[in-house]
Every structure is written in C-alpha cells, then in structure tokens.
Ligand binder design. Structure first.
Ligand SMILES: [Fe+2]
Length: 340
C-alpha cells in the first residue's frame, strides 16, 4: 500500500509556508508543522492555499501552524472560516463532554478537571454523526503537562492486524455498540458529564425517547433522572476517502477512560452482535495506541487542524489554567459495520 504521507510530499513542497516534521522517525509527515515564510496573518495564508492544505491534510492527518501572530479567539474563528468546510456545531452534536461556546464556531475543549487524563479518541466516533475535521487553538499554555497526544489510526490498524488478527476481524465484521449513562443535569466533574437534555437537545423524556428511537438507540431510565443508552452497532473499522483502513471507533477512550457505574462494568462495550469484547485485547489495544503517540506540547497561538477520520487525540493531565479551544467541521455519518 502506498504511504499517503509520501504521496503528499510534492504537495507539501508547494505550500507557501516553512515546513518541518517533529514526529519520531518512521512516522511519516506527522504532524506536519507549518511556519510563516511571508507576511500576512495565518487566516490570510490559509485562505490563499486552502485547497492545497486540505490535500496535504488528507495524507498526513494533522497540521500544526506555529509561529504566526496570535490573533486570539477571533483569529482562530477566521482560520476555520478560511477553509471551505461547513461548521459542525457543538449544539447539534451528540458529544458527551461539557463545553462552552466562545464564538458560534469556537468552544472550550472538554471541561473535565485538570487531573483527569482524557484518553485517545476520534471525536464523536461513538455517535452516528461525527465531525470530519477538528481544530484546536492554544489560548493559554498550562504550567505543566496538558499535552495533546495524537495517534494515527491507519498506523494503529496496521499494527493491530498483526497483534490481534481475530479481534480485528470481529471488529470489522460486527462493529461495536457503546453503552453509557447520561445525568439529568450537567456534571462538570466528569469527562462525559453532558446531560441527556443537552446531549439530545430536548426538554423532556418523551422527546428524548423519540430522538433515541430515530437514531436506533436502546435506552433505560434509571434513578435520579439518569438515562442509560446503547448505540446501534457502529463500525469499528472504517476507510478514508482514498481507501486506507482506519481504526475509527471509541474503544480506547471508552475502555480506559469512561467513568461508569459499578453495574455497567464490562457492559459499556460489546461487539455489534451483543457479544463481549475480551479484556486482554482491549488492554493490548490501549497499550499499542499509546506506543504510537506524538505528544503535542502547546505554545500560545498554536493552531492544529486534524483529520478526525485518520487521527485520534486526547489530553494529558495538567496544572495551571490551560485554555485550548476547539472547533469542528463537516458533519459525517458512519457506514454499516462489515462494509469498510
Ligand atoms: Fe475530543
């Protein structure tokens, strides 16, 4: 198979930026780092080379813009507007994280407490509708920690095919279902604390049930106004538009990170036929994913754009008042398990 990073090299040479790659040897152009080589704001330079940037991103999965004048939240908003990618708004998403809007396209990254690790995930891969692209902007760097780990899921899939062939075969054929419990009111102490009213954008239980039914979910009301939901089978292996396989799912974060009630232990993740996922395979998966990670240490003004289909992200614990803002683009839908 051709390495998409290699096919992107001629395009990279054509970009009006200074280019470098900080990743470990053997990781390809990941992430690609672009610095200014002419005057003009980042948003102007992105607008002037938008199509080329998207073509390069298709191959490398993540681009870091560093060393440009920091034009704040509004500047970040304009960088997103400079690419021909329609916004995916947080309000319309089924994200389970608590966030706050700063502009109509910019919101805070997960508000979970700083001591919590947010494990590697593809944004909203556990819901039927997910954003194809993800943007981050560093408004304020943390005192310590707080890096954003990035992991290429095409590389991860290739390694897992060797390590766990049977598990990956079942993932491909059957897909996965996710079960989690949503509180009645937002819980900012949790990485998955968005209330069912906010998540589903509904005011009452009848409307919640109608929405879940339309999405193919199963549900159960629990004490204290909680709603336990199970998704329909979603693919665990997908493909990029150019046909590369990607391990696009939420298994790492759900297994390693989702907080759950004791009664939900071992039931949060199942293959699409309802059978249990073996713990040793999930442990191996988490270890392999983290062995592939590039940890991005933020500087104020950094902007990263991520192809959410190819690259997972997370958040390391930190101290200080880290502010990394996010934006999403291009609403996308899962295919059917077994057809990637
Ligand atoms: Fe995220």
């Amino acid at each position: 198979m051709t390495d998409p990073a290699a096919t992107a090299e001629p395009l990279i040479a054509d970009l009006p930026f200074q280019c470098s790659v900080p990743g470990r040897p053997g990781q390809g152009s990941f992430p690609l780092v672009l610095a200014p080589d002419r005057s003009g704001s980042l948003q102007e330079q992105v607008a002037a080379s938008a199509d080329k940037l998207l073509a390069v991103l298709e191959g490398c999965g993540a681009i870091l813009f560093r060393g440009f004048q920091d034009n704040g939240v509004q500047g970040f908003h304009e960088v997103m507007e400079a690419l021909p990618l329609p916004a995916f708004t947080y309000d319309e998403s089924l994200s389970n994280a608590v966030r706050r809007n700063r502009t109509d396209r910019v919101f805070t990254a997960n508000e979970a407490p700083p001591e919590l690790e947010i494990f590697l995930h593809h944004e909203m891969a556990q819901t039927p509708c997910f954003p194809r692209y993800l943007f981050f902007y560093c408004e304020k760097a943390p005192e310590t920690g707080g890096a954003t780990p990035l992991c290429r899921s095409d590389h991860l899939l290739a390694r897992l095919e060797q390590q766990l062939p049977e598990f990956i075969d079942r993932c491909r054929r059957l897909g996965v279902t996710y079960t989690h419990t949503m509180p009645g009111a937002p819980d900012e102490g949790s990485g998955q604390g968005r209330s069912w009213r906010d998540t589903l954008a509904v005011a009452d239980r009848d409307l919640a049930e109608k929405k879940l039914q339309s999405l193919g979910y199963q549900w159960l009301w629990q004490g204290d106004d909680e709603l336990r939901v199970t998704t329909p089978p979603l693919p665990a292996v997908s493909a990029t538009p150019s046909g590369e396989g990607v391990f696009f799912n939420q298994l790492v974060a759900a297994y390693a990170g989702w907080q759950h009630r004791p009664e939900d232990a071992g039931r949060m993740l199942s293959f699409g036929d309802g059978s249990a996922m073996p713990r040793p395979a999930l442990e191996q998966l988490v270890a392999t994913a983290y062995s592939e990670v590039y940890d991005h240490a933020w500087r104020p003004g950094d902007v990263i754009v991520i192809d959410n289909l190819r690259v997972m992200h997370g958040r390391r614990p930190f101290t200080g008042s880290r502010s990394v803002l996010a934006g999403l683009a291009v609403a996308s839908r899962h295919g059917v398990p077994g057809q990637a």
